[in-house]
Design a protein around this ligand. Structure first.
Ligand code: HEM
Length: 543
């Protein structure tokens, strides 16, 4: 129905598009030399620009853009509707964008769905680069993100529960759906850290309401809106149902977060053992030194984004996949499943996938963890320091399959120049870190899974080495990096320490595919299902 409506609107509006295009061409006649000199670009069609190229290509967007960059270079311009985009595909160009010219490239696009769901960009991730963003970022870093140790007991407890769940399955030789189990782990951690709540996964009610709401808002964040790419056609969002769905989702989420805040403000609420993020924000709200008046909308906007960022909602984000989704639906008449995703879970699953395909690396990683931890029964966060090989495996996975291959999109703050080209203000910027990880000028044997390249090598992912930037770099670098890495390392170390992993009966290692979900995040398309055999280190669980 919605597809038919899209089609009708598009066909009806076609003459109008043509008129605008011709008018634009005529009015630009003779002024060509004053146009900014943009980076190389494939031939574009009127109005839709390069959308047809995305539409006709079946591969994942980051792979498609990587192939294009091999022809048009590491700095390439594309146009989606009226939105100009810059695609960056080499470490050198990424450094130009995120270090040399970071101030010019550090804003975020202002897209309709995200704007509404973030209370008009009051959050951290969608806010443009303003004094407000600087202040919120400072507060979040000081009070939330730098306090990784504060939430250590939650992480260790949840990983303990995961191990116990797998142990129960291993006792009766049942296969483990590791993809599902790890998503459950990371969403439990974020609910406890963020809201001070643990939603039981088997229980219907609040937990499933929250997950349903997250899924709905993920769909809204990534749905196509005419207003974003054909601004003069913003009215069409009313007819496609976009605005109605957006308002409904917004209201439901608003009610959910308001209830959460009310619960925290309830004077009869028992004092929690440790502050969650809602407590922290409510405390800051009454702090006279905070330079902004933090309203309930600000708090809800910040809360709204945390589980999404954690679940890496914004990943390939907004423009390209919105288009892809729309056009794929439009042409192929098929539903596109936008997975509920999660950067931490995605990373853990990709690491386990690569290890299963590379038994020598698996053996080496397990030997390291088991030697280090001995018979303690559980790897805790103090032990992680000594796990050199596991850290190298994680880096290699980030290089080959970053959770966020196209980086949360940036937008140029003002007209700027880069690599000898001029880029207008409000250009969308996609840094293709997947392409950077495959650059043969940067990496030896880029297609191989070879963690040893990181042993005795100072390359890290903290945003200083532009050949490895899974968390971005510069002013907008991921503030949750330490939290994310702590979770990834703890979960993996325990999975590898506690269990020996095998393929289910009738499936071989070669059968494990590397296909990714063509959705918002680069999830493994098919769940990773394995058999876990309990290691004979200890039978007592330490949690
Ligand atoms: C393995 C885990 C994670 C990965 C790979 C990841 C990756 C990223 C990337 C690539 C960006 C965009 C950076 C840029 O534009 O340069 C980002 C932004 C962000 N991340 Fe993460 N992230 C992870 C975990 C987390 C966690 C656990 C949190 C919080 C609980 C978090 C919170 C954020 C926020 C708030 C932003 C927006 C920052 C801003 O725009 O100022 N991330 N993340």
């Amino acid at each position: 129905m919605a597809i038919a409506l899209f089609m009708s609107i598009f066909l009806l509006a076609l003459p109008f598009f043509l008129f605008i295009f011709l008018k634009h061409r005529i009015s630009n006649n003779g002024k060509k030399s004053s146009l900014p000199l943009l980076p190389p670009s494939p031939p574009a069609l009127p109005f839709i620009g390069h959308l047809h190229m995305l539409m006709l290509d079946n591969s994942d967007t980051h792979v498609f853009l990587w192939r294009l960059s091999q022809k048009y270079g590491p700095l390439m311009s594309l146009r989606f509707g009226s939105k100009l985009s810059l695609v960056v595909s080499s470490a050198k160009m990424a450094e130009e964008v995120m270090k040399t010219h970071d101030l010019d490239f550090c804003s975020r696009p202002n897209l309709r769905g995200a704007r509404r769901l973030s209370y008009n960009a009051l959050d951290l991730a969608f806010s443009p680069y303003t004094d407000y963003w600087k202040e919120v970022r400072k507060i979040c870093v000081v009070h939330l993100f730098s306090r990784v140790h504060k939430y250590r007991s939650i992480r260790e407890d949840e990983v303990g529960r995961l191990v116990e769940k797998i142990r129960r399955l291993s006792v009766c030789s049942k296969p483990v759906n590791l993809s599902e189990a790890v998503i459950c782990l990371t969403s439990s951690i974020i609910c406890r850290v963020g809201f001070g709540k643990r939603y039981d996964e088997e229980e219907e009610g609040e937990g499933s309401r929250f997950h349903r709401l997250l899924e709905e808002s993920e769909v809204m964040f990534s749905s196509f809106s005419f207003a974003d790419y054909f601004p003069f056609m913003g009215w069409a969002d009313r007819f496609t149902g976009f605005l109605t769905r957006l308002e409904k989702t917004f209201k439901e989420l608003d009610t959910f977060y308001q209830q959460l805040i009310d619960e925290h403000l309830d004077p009869t609420r028992p004092k929690p053992e440790q502050e969650d993020i809602v407590d922290v924000l409510l405390r800051i709200r009454t702090d006279p030194d905070f330079p902004f008046h933090l309203t309930m909308d600000h708090i809800k906007a910040i809360l709204m984004v945390i589980p999404h960022i954690q679940s890496n909602l914004f990943i390939i984000s907004i423009a390209l996949h919105a288009y892809m989704t729309w056009f794929v639906c439009f042409l192929c008449m098929q539903n596109v499943f936008i997975a509920g995703t999660d950067t931490v879970a995605v990373t853990v699953i990709w690491v386990m996938t690569f290890l299963m395909k590379n038994p020598n690396c698996l053996e080496k990683t397990q030997a390291e963890v088991r030697d280090l931890v001995g018979g303690k029964g559980f790897v805790n966060e103090d032990d992680l320091q000594g796990l050199t090989y596991l850290k190298a495996v994680i880096k290699e996975t980030f290089r080959l399959q970053p959770a966020d291959p196209l980086l949360l999109p940036r937008e140029t703050l003002r007209k700027c120049s880069i690599g000898g080209y001029q880029v207008p203000a409000e250009t969308l910027v996609y840094v293709n870190i997947w392409a950077i990880g495959r650059d043969p000028e940067t990496w030896e044997n880029p297609e191989q899974f070879c963690p040893d390249r990181f042993i005795g090598n100072s390359i890290d992912y903290k945003g200083l080495n532009f050949e490895l930037i899974p968390f971005g770099a510069g002013r907008r670098v991921c503030p949750g990096m330490r939290m994310g890495v702590a979770e990834v390392e703890l979960a993996l170390a325990n999975l590898l320490y506690k269990f020996d992993w095998e393929m289910p009966t009738g499936v071989s290692r070669e059968d494990i595919d590397l296909a990714a979900v063509p959705g918002i995040a680069v999830h493994k398309k098919n769940d990773l299902v394995l058999l876990a055999r309990k290691m004979g280190v200890s039978n007592t669980m330490h949690v």
